[in-house]
Design a protein around this ligand. Sequence first.
Ligand SMILES: [Mg+2]
Length: 327
Amino acid sequence: MKKILYVDMDNVLVDFPSGINRIDQETREKYAGHLDDVPGIFALMDPVKNALESYHILAEKYDTFILTTAPWNNPSAWIDKLHWVKTHLGEVAYKRLIITHRKDLNKGDFLIDDRENNGAGNFEGTLIRFGSETFPDWQSVTSFLLAAFEHGEDNESIFSALSPDDEDHTPSCPMELIISFQKGDFSEDGTNNFSGKFILDVQRDWEESFHNKFAPFYANVIEGHPLAMLRLTKYMDAGEETDYDFGMELINGEIDIDTNLEIEKFSKFQTVYAIGSRLHDKEDEPLLLIKNDNMKEDILVLKYVPDDDGDETVPEEMPVATRSLKL
Ligand SMILES: [Mg+2]
């Protein structure tokens, strides 16, 4: 059974200030201090950046509902919210709008909300505080919830991974940042369909998010399903057809860089072992690409893995390099 996820509207799905910008000066002055009472204002608002795309992604993994409060003194807000949901989300939110002043009375597992008002602070499940340092935007929220989905019941360990012990800089649990990497997110030329950024700039954003979360550590590994890795390298090649293989071979369950470099001599394919970091001053640092057949195709995981590779020897029986895949 899917877990239940609630999503707030104002300043989570809905960009509240965008509605204020669309009302005239006279109305703005008349309703100064209680702009949420302006008739019709809730129908004028734009979606928050990446909110709609994220909602669709999460609705596949979670039993997702919209949980919002409408002002008691603005009856049109109750109707406008329904119109907004129908207009911007449509079928995925069909009969999934709950308007209440007591969000804590709704049973469920997660609530994404920017405030603790109207019962949100007493919600029985996990409150994901939108706009906080941990969850500044939809990308961070979606990453977290996809990780929570992957890890099943173990939400606590995911939360503690998001808040590493920074006293001695020793991570108490794996440092992982899960990135949503849907097939429709990028054009063939490597441009992100939502932000318009080229894949290498998106990579920089991922690395920055990772470092912000786990400073002083930087990601040194990107792990993904072979098809996700192939798409990644293809976008980075700006859509050019290549004979690149990608990723490091696992030897006895571990990655041995020296051995992997030896393997390359036996492969007719040029192998992409790593891409350069996109962070300023880190350009010489590699991000290793690691294939993992057990992962889902629509995520990538950024990781920090301590480098304890001291083994210079190459096993006598050489593993065979994997074939290059074509999409
Ligand atoms: Mg809100």
